[in-house]
Design a protein around this ligand. Structure first.
Ligand code: GRF
Length: 208
């Protein structure tokens, strides 16, 4: 059984997609053992509570220094003894020690087709604003392992989504979530839970 901790900051629709997929067996061999948010008002915490999943808020605001926060965050994560950490809209910079500790065991969902519209400053609506400003016709989402860089780790899954005439950042964000994020994040977890993902250098190999 793959023990998963999901880290969130906001609405938690990706968390919900994972919860639903575990429930309806689209994801097998997996248990969500904890949800951690840096934002005490995140609706994602409510989703965890409603589904009987242990959850907590660990905010940098509650600690004197970033170092102390980083330590507390890592301690909190470790307490769940997870096999996999899922960053589902987690907006805090991951402590370097945590990246080292969970190498190839931490994944992130990013709302673009990496390497487009990713890296520092590309999060939330900004990604979709940039895509519309550039006039691309296809966007999408990516699930990747987390390494020391921003959105640079080995790519696990990607899914493309069409840009439509008249799209706003909001309509595009919604379509990317519905058609890509909520599908590939659960799929990636299921693949990992069933031993289908291996990492070779900066690439993954997905076994049939
Ligand atoms: C998603 O767009 C995700 O790709 C990004 O942050 C957003 C989180 O949304 N990293 P939600 O909290 O899962 O609804």
């Amino acid at each position: 059984m793959l023990k998963v901790v999901v880290m969130v900051s906001g609405g938690g629709t990706n968390l919900q997609a994972v919860i639903d997929s575990v429930k309806n067996q689209t994801i097998t061999n997996t248990q969500i053992v904890g949800v951690i948010s840096n934002n005490k008002n995140a609706y994602a915490l409510k989703r965890a509570e409603e589904n009987g999943i242990p959850s907590e808020c660990i905010s940098p605001k509650n600690y004197e220094t970033r170092e102390i926060f980083n330590e507390k965050l890592l301690q909190a994560v470790k307490a769940y003894e997870p096999d996999l950490i899922v960053l589902a809209g987690f907006l805090v910079v991951i402590p370097p020690a945590m990246i080292g500790e969970y190498k190839n065991r931490m994944i992130n969902i990013h709302p673009s087709l990496i390497p487009s519209f990713c890296g520092t400053g590309y999060y939330g609506l900004k990604v979709h604003e940039a895509a519309l400003a550039r006039g691309v016709k296809v966007v999408g989402a990516t699930v990747h392992f987390v390494d020391e860089g921003t959105d640079t780790g080995p790519i696990i899954l990607q899914k493309a989504v069409e840009v439509l005439q008249g799209d706003t950042p909001e309509t595009l964000q919604k379509r990317v979530m519905e058609q890509a994020e909520w599908k590939i994040l659960p799929r990636a977890i299921d693949l990992i839970a069933n031993g289908k993902v291996t990492v070779e250098g900066n690439k993954t190999v997905i076994l049939p």
